[in-house]
Every structure is written in C-alpha cells, then in structure tokens.
Ligand binder design. Sequence first.
Ligand SMILES: *[C@@H]1O[C@H](CO)[C@@H](O)[C@H](O)[C@H]1NC(C)=O
Ligand SMILES: *[C@@H]1O[C@H](CO)[C@@H](O)[C@H](O)[C@H]1NC(C)=O
Ligand SMILES: *[C@@H]1O[C@H](CO)[C@@H](O)[C@H](O)[C@H]1NC(C)=O
Length: 287
Amino acid sequence: MTLTTNIALTALIASAALASPVGNVRRDSAAAPICNLAWSNSGMQAKTDCTGAVVLFSDPLIPDPRVDGQRANGTTGEIMAYLSVGTVNPLYAPDPRLLDYQWQQNLDKNSEGELWGDFWFNPDDLNDHILPIMKDIISSYRALNYTAISTDNAKPSTAVTENDAQAKAYADTERIDPRYVEYLKNIIDFAHSLDMEVALKNPSYYVNEPTVIDEFDAYLVESLFNWYPWDIDVYGSLPYGPKPFWIFQYPGVNGLTNQELHDRMVERNLSKVYLDSEDGYVSYYAF
Ligand SMILES: *[C@@H]1O[C@H](CO)[C@@H](O)[C@H](O)[C@H]1NC(C)=O
Ligand SMILES: *[C@@H]1O[C@H](CO)[C@@H](O)[C@H](O)[C@H]1NC(C)=O
Ligand SMILES: *[C@@H]1O[C@H](CO)[C@@H](O)[C@H](O)[C@H]1NC(C)=O
C-alpha cells in the first residue's frame, strides 16, 4: 500500500487537526509541546503554529520573529538551537574553523535524491579539535539566550563506518564508538555548566551506552519509519521518566499510509507525533 492521493494526505492532516488528546497521553509530550522551526522534509517548518509551545526549536542561522521575541524578552519557555555536532556543511557552517576538519562527505540523500552537502568529522578529531570549537559555538548561543541545543548527527554514519574500522566494529555490535561517547559527554557537561540543556537526536544505539544515555535532557526522533525506524523501539525501555521525547514524522515518505502510521502508533502505545505538512508541523494523535 502506498499513499497515492492528496485526498489521503488531506484526510490525515484534517484528522490531526480535529483529534484531541484523550486517555493515555504520555506525560512527556503533553508536558513540553515543541515547535520545530529548525528542519523538515517539506521545507515548510517556518509555517508551524507555535501557539502553546513550551520549546521553540530553531536553527540560529534562520531568523524567525517568534524566536527573536522570545530571545529578547527572555522570560518564559525554552529556545533550543539546532547544532550539528558530527558534521559541517560548508554552506551553513556555524563557525568557519569547522571547515578545516571536513573529512568524509555524508552520503545520505534528501527527498530530492540529492546529497545534503555536509561532511563528517574524523572521529580522531572530535575531542581534540572539534570540541573546543563546539564549546565556543555553544557559548555564543548561550549569549543569544538559547537555553538548549539539539545534537544533530551525533553518531557515526555509514560514511564514517565505511572509512574507519573502529567506528565500524562498534556499529556492527549496535554500540557507539567510544570517541563519540566521550565527545558527547564533554558536550553535555559543558552545556550543563552554562545552565543549558541538551537533546539527543535519534537515540537508538545510545541506549547501549549507559555512561551517557541518561545524561541528556530530552530526546528527538526523526521518523518512525524510514531512516531510524528502530528509534521508537527504545521508547519505554529507558528510564526516561518525564523527559521530553519528541517524534517528528514525515507522511507519505517511503509509501507510508495513514493506516500504517496509525497502526504503528497504537502498537507502540504512542499517542502523539508531530506531522510534517504544508502548514508546518501539526500535532497528530492516534488515540
Ligand atoms: C500506554 O501508556 C500509558 C501512559 O502514556 C500507560 O498508562 C499505559 O499503561 C500504557 N499501556 C500499555 C499497554 O503499555
Ligand atoms: C516581548 O513580549 C511582548 C509581550 O509578550 C511583546 O509585545 C513584544 O513584542 C516582545 N518583544 C519582542 C522583541 O518581540
Ligand atoms: C537576552 O535576554 C535578556 C533578558 O533576560 C535581554 O535583556 C537581552 O537583550 C537578551 N539578549 C538578546 C541577544 O536578545
């Protein structure tokens, strides 16, 4: 089955708008609604209705008046900055010094079938060379009143494991290379020293790293289906407690149908995801 018509998608969006959270709503997603202005597959994230959001998630390189307002007033709510800690894109480098450490190109493709254009860092450079630059970036975000960062690309990818035997050996056993674990621990400790929080994006595999998995303040999952389908399997197996666990879902990608999304959410006892749409992200409740 594939999602073949716009009618099907429209129906999905409409049900998302009308459905309300009743019954078994997870405490975390209900307690910390997030507005993702940082990224989406549709490119329409800026249209997201941020009314009621406790966390504004933004890319510091993409201005948004809502973020500016929150930043200047600095009173309620969180502002979380998108930060890719494992890669740098030469077109969007948050610090030009990172360009000195481009290593292997990210071979993942976007929805247009094109490369994203970012490069991975050599795992051997993470703690000695990349970390000090990341600390400067995080400090600069703190000065801009950001209260949290999210760690995009926080673990070795195919491009890394194909070019580094140690990273591959760990990935083969569903572990994270200790160089990444140490690096992430250093980033968390530094952010916490500035009174900032850290969200881990795509926590699968990190659940097998007990020295660091519980140190994060929130978790993000990008899609239950296509790129990281196993991420949702870690939900509930962890002592996450009330920490936010936000799930962003792309409808229609890889043939995802309304029914499949609904069934998967019910099967996982997952009430709510944020659905990528032409109107930005909308809350979608399976029950
Ligand atoms: C589903 O999750 C809710 C909390 O969100 C919990 O109260 C309930 O026991 C869960 N049900 C199952 C079958 O795990
Ligand atoms: C700060 O908040 C007030 C009231 O919520 C709002 O009117 C004002 O525009 C905000 N400041 C900025 C710079 O957006
Ligand atoms: C950060 O917030 C404070 C108020 O808490 C405000 O005075 C300051 O201008 C803000 N900084 C920026 C860069 O918006």
